[in-house]
Design a protein around this ligand. Structure first.
Ligand code: IYR
Length: 222
């Protein structure tokens, strides 16, 4: 079919998988992702820069509003920069845990046993910060948060597929990252420590909610 386009279009005709093969792949993909956990105890073992590049290449495939791709990932393994980020993050977290009156929030988090100590920000070999670009060249971007969120999800999945662990860490507020990483005009979105889990890593004993609570088939399956 030839359609009267006003902009360049190209054919997109990926081979269609047999249904069973598609379902097998879906099951395997779910098994892979279901083995992922957010990690707070990291091994200091090095991780090659190429792993970070591959994870950002995966993130960079995310769909985005008007295809504006409003993300920027900043990665560092510089010990001095990591220390400065940890110090600033812990300052914010001390306020969160000890000074601000947020009893409901604290209660909701209690089972994670988190506190203001963010040692993992220095131990993990990499820190990667995703930034959201609310504007590009003075023009507003659309669906910025949704787009960056999807990119971050793909980033997390790609790291996991390489046997690496991360944490979606969001000190609040985290504007200090804009200054420390020199990203004027961009909003820090998530701070990801990246590395292998420590040999003695533990995670909270959490359950994922059952499919019936995550999915509704509206109108039946007739
Ligand atoms: N930012 C704090 C608190 C915290 C908030 C949420 I929502 C979590 O899921 C976990 C922690 C911290 O990182 O300790």
């Amino acid at each position: 079919m030839t359609r009267p386009h006003t902009h360049p279009f190209i054919p997109f005709t990926p081979p269609r998988l047999p249904i069973e093969e598609g379902l097998d792949r879906g099951r395997a993909f779910h098994r892979l992702l279901d083995a992922r956990r957010s990690v707070r105890w990291f091994s200091p073992d090095p991780v090659p820069a190429e792993a970070i590049e591959l994870a950002v290449l995966a993130a960079n495939t995310a769909p985005s509003g008007a295809h504006q791709q409003p993300w920027r990932f900043v990665a560092t393994r510089n010990p001095d920069l990591k220390r400065r980020i940890r110090t600033a993050a812990e300052e914010e977290e001390r306020r969160f845990y000890h000074e601000r009156e947020l009893p409901e929030w604290h209660a909701a988090l209690a089972h994670l046993e988190t506190d203001a100590n963010k040692e993992f920000l220095e131990i993990a070999p990499w820190l990667v910060v995703s930034f959201a670009q609310k504007q590009q060249d003075g023009r507003k971007t659309y669906y910025t948060n949704e787009s960056v969120g999807i990119a971050c999800g793909l980033f997390i999945a790609a790291l996991h597929s390489m046997g690496l662990a991360t944490l979606t860490h969001t000190p609040n507020p985290m504007t200090f990252l804009t200054d420390l990483l020199g990203r004027e005009g961009e909003r820090p979105y998530i701070l990801f420590p990246v590395g292998y889990p420590a040999d003695d890593c533990e995670v909270p004993d959490l359950r994922r909610k059952p499919l019936e609570e995550a999915l509704t088939f509206a109108g039946g399956l007739a």
